[in-house]
Ligand binder design. Structure first.
Ligand code: SF4
Ligand code: SF4
Length: 164
């Protein structure tokens, strides 16, 4: 797995133009059953993926934290939301709350997440490959295929299953 993760940025760069063209065409004419197909591709890929062997999303990018995330996590950690923000988060140039550092502070050396039960919504949903109307997040997906091996494989399978 690590070898594949190390190769991902280059693999994704090599596929970037092809992927971009594919998503542009898909957006113009998305098949009616796209949500269903994506759910199948997502389930199939993740049934063969052990995120604990990877954790590349937690190591290289951070999630956005919503107010609900902050409330839920600070309650779990038994600290005040304001203190949680001061200790772990910062506001980025778009005004979003993000982690002060990557790899994520809550990631253990064994790749387990210390706040897994209450982790941010963005972590739960990453890499968003089972999202409805998947074609609408193509810019995000073009970035995610360089980070997430499962997302890379799903997009490759998408292209062969849905020639556009
Ligand atoms: S909160 Fe947990 S799941 Fe989210 S980035 Fe950190 S370690 Fe990963
Ligand atoms: S979601 Fe993707 S990047 Fe994150 S741990 Fe799982 S396979 Fe790795």
């Amino acid at each position: 797995m690590q070898e594949f993760i190390d190769q991902l940025p280059k693999l994704a760069k090599d596929k970037h133009n092809e992927n971009k063209k594919f998503f542009t065409k898909l957006k113009k004419k998305a098949p009616k059953q796209l949500d269903y197909i994506m759910q199948e591709l997502h389930d199939e890929e993740f049934s063969n993926t052990d995120c604990l062997e990877c954790a590349n999303c937690c190591k290289t990018t951070g999630p956005l934290f919503t107010d609900k995330d902050v409330d839920r996590i600070s309650k779990f950690l038994k600290i005040k939301p304001r203190r949680f923000e001061e200790q772990y988060l910062r506001t980025d140039e778009d005004g979003d709350l993000i982690l002060q550092q990557t790899p994520c502070t809550f990631l253990g050396t064994d790749n387990y997440c210390a706040i897994y039960e209450v982790r941010p919504k963005a972590c739960r949903e990453y890499p968003h490959t089972d999202r409805k109307k998947f074609q609408q997040i193509s810019n995000l997906t073009l970035k995610n295929v360089a980070i997430c091996p499962a997302a890379y494989n799903i997009v490759e399978k998408m292209k062969s299953k849905l020639p556009v």
